[in-house]
Design a protein around this ligand. Structure first.
Ligand code: SF4
Length: 311
């Protein structure tokens, strides 16, 4: 994936943050001839309309764009990020809305991407359409813009999206999901950006990815989750990094991940602790049992339909 780094992140790299450099600078070890795969089978298995991923009965993920303010080099969707192929025309939006409307079991829509806040006009059209679908009770908006470019959160276009979501308060509940991986990402500008979102009265939750040599240490994650908790952001998920061809250097050892999360459960308040999750191709999200129980084989588990899965 092409390197794309905002001035905000550049400054942090210049100030010596290795955690930011490792996430955003292109690693010379990556082979140019590697074609990244679709590790979760999003397009191949679960996409009934352009942009829509429908894996679990009651919720859909809606990829509003393939663009982001900066490119995270570990991204699960590295195959798509930065491409105009994910741009949605009005006809695409209408057909995705029709799909959701014709599936009244869908009550929860996750706007993702790319980053929905870098395409405010598209997001506004989608939100306005979702407002007219009575079965939709929750809209979650996943973003990394506060980390990539905190000042953009105060831009008139982004404010417009938040105001539109506020105007839908009688139709559905909005949650904002911020992707954040390391305490270095939470400087005072980012904290201000998150406070700006809080001022719109949406609950804010965080999502984190385990990244080798970035955050695979107890102290680093403890600091991250505590900083989030102190500012009113509830740590929601920490994911095992998906296996994407060419990006194996970001994937941590699963035994070590479980050890870290077990230690953190002993040290921290429950509300400050995210759920540790593996997203398995063709299966979905599975919570990983921590070291409090005698689980003989951590490479075998059950999915949400109770089927056995070999990791
Ligand atoms: S912001 Fe999210 S979608 Fe965009 S490059 Fe980073 S991880 Fe991927």
């Amino acid at each position: 994936m092409k390197e794309k780094i905002t001035p905000h992140l550049q400054r942090k790299i210049r100030d010596g943050s290795n955690a930011i450099a490792s996430q955003f600078q292109v690693q010379s070890t990556l082979g140019d001839n590697v074609t990244p795969n679709d590790p979760l089978g999003e397009e191949t298995l679960f996409s009934p309309a352009k942009g829509i991923v429908h894996k679990y009965p009651n919720r859909v993920l809606w990829k509003t764009t393939y663009h982001c303010a900066a490119h995270c080099q570990f991204c699960t969707r590295i195959r798509q990020i930065g491409s105009p192929d994910g741009d949605l025309e009005d006809a695409d939006i209408i057909s995705a809305l029709c799909y959701i409307q014709s599936h009244p079991e869908i009550d929860d829509v996750i706007l993702s991407g790319g980053d929905p806040l870098v395409v405010p006009q598209t997001s506004m059209r989608i939100i306005a359409g979702l407002r007219n679908i009575p079965s939709v009770r929750v809209v979650r908006i996943g973003t990394r813009l506060p980390i990539h470019s905190p000042k953009s959160i105060g831009s008139p276009q982004v404010k417009m999206v938040f105001r539109e979501l506020q105007a839908c308060a009688d139709n559905f509940q909005t949650y904002v999901l911020v992707h954040v991986n390391h305490p270095d990402e939470l400087d005072y500008e980012v904290v201000d950006a998150i406070r700006t979102i809080c001022a719109h009265s949406f609950p804010i939750l965080s999502q984190t990815v385990f990244l080798k040599n970035v955050n695979d240490k107890e102290d680093v994650l403890e600091e991250l989750f505590k900083k989030l908790y102190y500012m009113g952001v509830v740590p929601y998920y920490i994911y095992r990094c998906d296996y994407v061809k060419g990006l194996e250097q970001f994937v941590c050892d699963i035994v070590r991940e479980r050890e870290i999360m077990t230690t953190l459960h002993k040290r921290m308040s429950g509300i400050a602790l995210p759920q540790y999750i593996i997203d398995v191709e063709g299966v979905g999200k599975i919570p990983v049992p921590l070291g409090f129980w005698d689980v003989p084989d951590i490479t075998r588990c059950r999915d949400y339909q109770d089927k056995i899965v070999q990791l």
